[in-house]
Design a protein around this ligand. Structure first.
Ligand SMILES: Cc1cc2nc3c(=O)[nH]c(=O)nc-3n(C[C@H](O)[C@H](O)[C@H](O)COP(=O)(O)OP(=O)(O)OC[C@H]3O[C@@H](n4cnc5c(N)ncnc54)[C@H](O)[C@@H]3O)c2cc1C
Length: 802
C-alpha cells in the first residue's frame, strides 16, 4: 500500500468515487481512496438509482443537471455501463399551490436551459397511463429523469479515476486521522498509516464517526427508507416503451419501472431516524428488517393513485438507511477550523447530486474555489451552534417535507427556537412573528391583534403584507427600530490590521472614525463578500456583512491570516439596534450627551447611549437617515429601554426583516446571496464602484477586476418596475427581452413606500438601455416590466446623508 499521497478520500460509495474521479479529471493523479469493505458498502448499494434535476435551489438543480449528463461521459471513458434508463419523469400536482410551485420551477429552468415542460392531465394519461388522474391538475415533465445501476455507476467512477492515476485500497478501514503541524495529515488505517496533504471525508453512513476522528461534528443524520419492487405486471411489460418515473408528492412516493414490474418508494410521515447514537462499524451489506406498517398509509394512497399496484405481488422490499443534513442539501467543502480537511457528506441523492458534488469539491481543492456559488451546500452554512440535538429533528422534518410544497416565505418549525437574543420575550410581547436565520430567531414582522398571528406560506403576497406596509410607513415617516443581531460581525485588530484589510478587501479602507463599503473578491475575481468596514482606531476595525455567511467568511479569513492582524468573529458578542427614519436623530440625541448632530453619514463613534457603552455608525440599510448602535449582549436590554422610552414621543415602533427587505427595494440596495453572490462579479453587479483601483495593494481578485474595468462583462444588474398584481419576483424568474429569455431575476418584491413591484435582474449589457421594456415570468404569467435607473426613494441620497 502507498504510504504518501496528495489526497486521501475516505469512503468508496458513489460520492467518494466521484470525488476521486473528478480530482483526476482536473489534474491530480496522486490520489487515493480508502474503503473499509468493498465499493458501495454503505447506502450506495441499495439505492433505487433514480435521478432527476428538480431542486428548489437553482445551483443544486444545475449540479444535478451536470451529474446526469456525466453518466454518458463515464460510459464513454470506461467502456462500462451505468445501466442508464433515460425514461423521463413527471411530478404530479394535485392542488393549486403545488401546481404554482411546479410552474415557478419551470420558469427557472428556462434560463438554465433545462427542457422541462408543464403538462396537463391528458398528456400525463398518455405518458404514464397507470396513473389515476382524479384530482390531478397537471404536472412537470422532465425528459432528463431516469434511473441507473448504482453499483455499475460507482464502479464506472472508480474505473475512470484509476485510468486517471488514482489508487483504490479496499478492505482498509481508517481508524484515526491526525493533523501534523504543517497542515498535512496522518491517516491511520488497519493496514498502516498514510501521510496525505489533504483528507476528504466521504464516509456516508459513517461520516459522523470519521469526522469525530478529526475532532469535528458533521451535522447529518441517517434515516430509514423503504422501496418496494413488484412482481411482473402485464400493464408494464406489454408496453412498447419503458414507463416513465412518476413522482406523486400528495402520496409522498416515487414510482418507476423495474424490469417487468414496478418499483415504488415512500417518504412516509411516521419516518424513523436510524443509528441515533452512531453507525455500527459492522453494518454493511445488510438491509434493515421490512417495516411495512410504517408505510401502510402511503401504500394505501399509492393503491388509489396507481390501481395496478393493488394487483401486484411484492417481489422484494428494500429497507436501508441514508444520510441527510438538516436542510437536505449536501455538506461539502473545507471543514471550518481544520486545515486541508474536506467534507463530501450528507449527499441524500447520490445519483442526482454525486457528480456535481465531486466536481465542485475537486475544483475547490485544486483551484481554491468553485466555478459557481456553492453556499447552499457549503458545510460552513452551519455554525458552531449546531448540535446532534438540533440536527435530528430538523432531519426528520426535512424527510417529512421531501415532497411538500416549499414556499418562498416558509418558516420551518422543528427544533425552534434554538438560539434567541435577550430581546426574545420583549419582541414576542410586541407581537413578533419569528423567522429563522443561521439557527437564530429573527423577527420577520410584528403582528397586531387584528393581524394573523403567523404568516401563511404562499407564492403570492402574504398575509404579512399589511403589517409590513405599516412598518415601512413607520420608518419612512417617523422612526423604526430593529435588532442588529443578525449581521455577521468581525473585529480586526493589531498593527497589521489595515494592511491585512487592504489585501483581503477590494475597496477603500477608511480612516479612523469613518466607514466604507467594499466588496471582497475571490482570487478569480468573483464576489465573496459585501462588507461594511468601520475604523474605530488605526489598529481596530469592525466588519459587518451577512449573518448566514459568517463562518464561510471566517474560514476565508483564517485561510488568509496574517501574524499582525487578529481576526475575531464577534457576530454573537456584539449586538444592538438600528434606528431609522426622519426622527432617528432626535431619538438618539435624546439618549446621549454626545454630539449626535456632528455624526456625519458614514461616521463611526464610540459614545455612551443612556448608560451603555456603544459603537454608533451613521448608516442604514433602509435608505433612510439611520444609526446602527452596537453594544454587548449583556447591555442590550438596557439599551432597548433607553431607545424605546426616548422614541415614544416620536412614535417609535419595531420593524422586522420583511419591512427591511421592502425598504431596500426602492433605494436599489442589493443583498448578499441575492444580487451579490459568488456567481457574479463586481462589475456585473455594480459593486465595482466600491473597488479602490488607486490603492497600491495587490488585493485578492485584482487581476479580474482590472480586466473587467478594461472590458466590461457581458451582463449587468438592472432594476425593473414590474406590472405585477398579487405576486412579485422572488428569484431566478426568467426575463424575456424581445420575446427571448435573455436574463433572470436575482430578487425583488413589493416596495411598500412607493407602491411598486421591483425586480433586480441580470441582463445582457448590450440590451440594457434606459427605459428598456421586458417581460418577467411570475407564476406562469409574463408581466410587463420597465427598467428604471434612478432610485424611487431619495434618488440623490439627501435623506440618507442629510
Ligand atoms: C432505500 C434507499 C433508496 C435510495 N434511492 C436513491 C435513489 O433512487 N437515487 C439517489 O440518488 N439516491 C438514493 N438513495 C440515497 C443514496 O443511496 C445515497 O445518496 C448515496 O448512496 C450516498 O453515497 P455516499 O458515497 O455518500 O455514502 P455511502 O454509500 O454510505 O458510502 C460510504 C462509504 O464509506 C465507507 N467508509 C465509512 N467509514 C470508513 C472508514 N473509516 N474507512 C474506510 N471506509 C469507510 C463505507 O464502507 C461506505 O462504502 C437511496 C438510499 C436508500 C437507503
Amino acid at each position: 500500500m502507498k504510504t504518501t499521497t496528495r489526497a486521501v478520500i475516505i469512503g468508496g460509495g458513489v460520492v467518494g468515487c466521484s470525488v476521486l474521479y473528478h480530482l483526476t479529471k482536473l489534474g491530480w493523479s496522486d490520489v487515493m481512496l480508502l474503503e473499509r469493505s468493498e465499493l458501495t458498502s454503505g447506502s450506495t448499494w441499495h439505492a433505487a438509482g433514480g435521478f432527476h434535476t428538480l431542486n428548489g435551489d437553482t445551483n443544486m438543480a444545475a449540479l444535478q443537471g451536470y451529474t446526469i449528463r456525466l453518466y454518458r461521459e463515464l460510459e464513454a471513458i470506461t467502456g462500462m455501463s451505468c445501466g442508464l434508463h433515460h425514461v423521463g419523469g413527471v411530478t404530479l400536482a394535485d392542488n393549486k399551490d403545488r401546481f404554482d410551485m411546479l410552474v415557478a420551477e419551470r420558469a427557472k429552468h428556462r434560463y438554465m436551459g433545462l427542457d422541462t415542460e408543464i403538462i396537463g392531465p391528458a398528456e400525463i394519461a398518455k405518458i404514464a397511463p397507470i396513473t389515476n388522474l382524479d384530482g390531478i391538475i397537471g404536472g412537470l415533465y422532465d425528459p432528463l429523469d431516469g434511473h441507473l445501476d448504482p453499483s455499475g455507476t460507482t464502479h464506472a467512477y472508480a474505473r475512470a479515476a484509476k485510468m486517471g492515476g488514482a489508487t483504490i485500497e479496499l478492505h482498509c478501514k481508517v481508524i484515526a486521522t491526525t493533523p501534523r503541524p504543517d497542515g498535512t495529515w496522518d491517516v491511520v488505517t488497519d493496514k498502516g498509516t498514510i501521510h496525505a496533504e489533504h483528507v476528504v471525508n466521504a464516509a456516508g453512513l459513517w461520516a459522523r464517526e470519521v469526522a469525530a476522528m478529526a475532532g469535528s461534528y458533521v451535522p447529518l443524520h441517517p434515516m430509514e427508507h423503504q422501496y418496494i419492487v413488484t412482481d411482473d405486471l402485464p400493464e408494464i411489460y406489454e408496453r412498447d416503451s419503458e414507463h416513465p418515473h412518476v413522482m406523486d408528492p400528495a402520496g409522498e412516493s416515487y414510482l418507476r419501472q423495474e424490469g417487468r414490474g414496478l418499483c415504488i418508494g415512500f417518504y412516509e410521515q411516521p419516518c424513523k431516524p436510524w443509528a441515533v447514537d452512531g453507525t455500527p462499524w459492522d453494518f454493511g451489506h445488510e438491509l434493515l428488517p421490512d417495516n411495512l406498517d410504517k408505510i401502510e398509509e402511503s401504500i394505501a394512497f399509492a393503491y388509489s393513485r396507481f390501481p395496478v399496484l393493488e394487483r401486484a405481488g411484492v417481489k422484494s422490499v428494500i429497507h436501508g438507511p441514508f444520510t441527510f443534513a438538516p436542510d437536505g442539501n449536501p455538506l461539502v467543502g473545507p471543514v471550518p477550523g481544520l486545515r486541508n480537511y474536506w467534507s463530501a457528506c450528507g449527499v441524500m441523492a447520490g445519483f442526482s447530486q454525486g457528480g456535481g458534488v465531486g466536481l465542485m469539491l475537486a475544483q475547490w481543492m485544486i483551484t481554491g474555489e468553485c466555478e459557481r456559488d456553492v453556499s447552499a451546500l457549503d458545510i460552513a452554512r452551519y455554525g458552531r451552534w449546531i448540535t446532534p440535538g438540533y440536527t435530528r429533528p430538523k432531519v426528520v422534518e426535512n424527510y417529512q417535507n421531501r415532497f411538500s410544497v416549499s414556499y418562498p416565505n416558509q418558516e420551518l418549525p422543528a427544533a425552534r427556537p434554538h438560539r434567541t437574543t435577550p430581546m426574545y420575550d420583549i419582541f414576542t410581547d410586541l407581537g413578533a412573528v419569528w423567522g429563522h436565520q443561521f439557527g437564530l430567531e429573527v423577527a420577520n414582522y410584528f403582528a397586531r391583534a387584528d393581524d394573523p398571528p403567523y404568516e401563511t406560506p404562499t407564492f403570492r403576497r402574504s398575509d404579512a403584507f399589511a403589517a409590513t406596509a405599516r412598518e415601512v410607513a413607520v420608518v419612512r415617516g417617523g422612526v423604526g427600530i430593529n435588532e442588529l443581531q443578525n449581521f455577521g460581525k468581525f473585529s480586526v485588530t493589531g498593527s497589521g490590521a489595515r494592511a491585512w484589510l487592504d489585501r483581503i478587501m477590494a475597496g477603500r479602507i477608511p480612516q479612523p472614525g469613518r466607514m466604507s463599503l467594499t466588496p471582497m473578491l475571490s482570487p478569480k475575481g468573483r464576489l465573496w463578500g459585501d462588507f461594511t468596514v468601520s475604523c474605530l482606531a488605526e489598529d481596530d476595525f469592525q466588519l459587518t456583512a451577512s449573518y448566514g455567511a459568517q463562518d464561510i467568511h471566517h474560514r476565508w479569513f483564517m485561510q488568509n491570516e496574517s501574524p499582525d492582524a487578529r481576526v475575531e468573529n464577534i457576530s454573537d458578542t456584539r449586538t444592538g439596534f438600528q434606528i431609522a427614519g426622519p426622527k432617528a436623530r432626535d431619538v438618539l440625541a435624546a439618549c446621549t450627551r454626545d454630539d449626535v448632530a456632528g455624526i456625519r453619514f458614514m461616521d463611526v463613534r464610540r459614545i455612551t447611549v443612556g448608560q451603555v457603552a456603544c459603537i454608533v455608525q451613521r448608516v442604514s440599510y433602509t435608505g433612510d437617515l439611520g444609526y446602527e448602535i452596537y453594544c454587548d449582549p449583556t447591555d442590550q436590554r438596557q439599551l432597548w429601554w433607553t431607545l424605546w422610552q426616548a422614541g415614544q414621543p416620536y412614535g417609535i415602533a419595531p420593524f422586522g426583516m420583511r419591512a427591511m427587505m421592502s425598504l431596500r427595494l426602492d433605494r436599489f440596495f442589493g443583498s448578499w446571496g441575492r444580487e451579490f453572490s459568488p456567481d457574479y462579479t463586481a462589475a456585473e453587479t455594480g459593486m465595482d464602484r466600491f473597488i479602490n483601483f488607486k490603492k497600491s495593494s495587490d488585493f485578492i481578485g485584482r487581476a479580474l477586476a482590472e480586466a473587467e474595468r478594461a472590458t466590461p462583462p457581458d451582463r449587468m444588474l438592472v432594476t425593473f418596475v414590474v406590472d405585477a398584481d398579487d405576486a412579485d419576483v422572488v428569484a431566478y424568474e426568467p426575463v424575456f427581452i424581445a420575446g427571448q429569455v435573455q436574463g433572470f431575476c436575482t430578487s425583488g418584491g413589493y416596495a411598500h413606500h412607493t407602491g411598486t413591484s421591483i425586480a433586480f435582474a441580470l441582463v445582457p449589457r448590450a440590451a440594457a438601455i434606459d427605459d428598456m421594456v421586458v417581460e418577467i415570468e411570475i407564476m406562469g404569467q409574463r408581466r410587463p416590466a420597465r427598467r428604471i435607473t434612478t432610485p424611487l426613494f431619495d434618488p440623490d441620497g439627501q435623506v440618507m446623508r442629510g
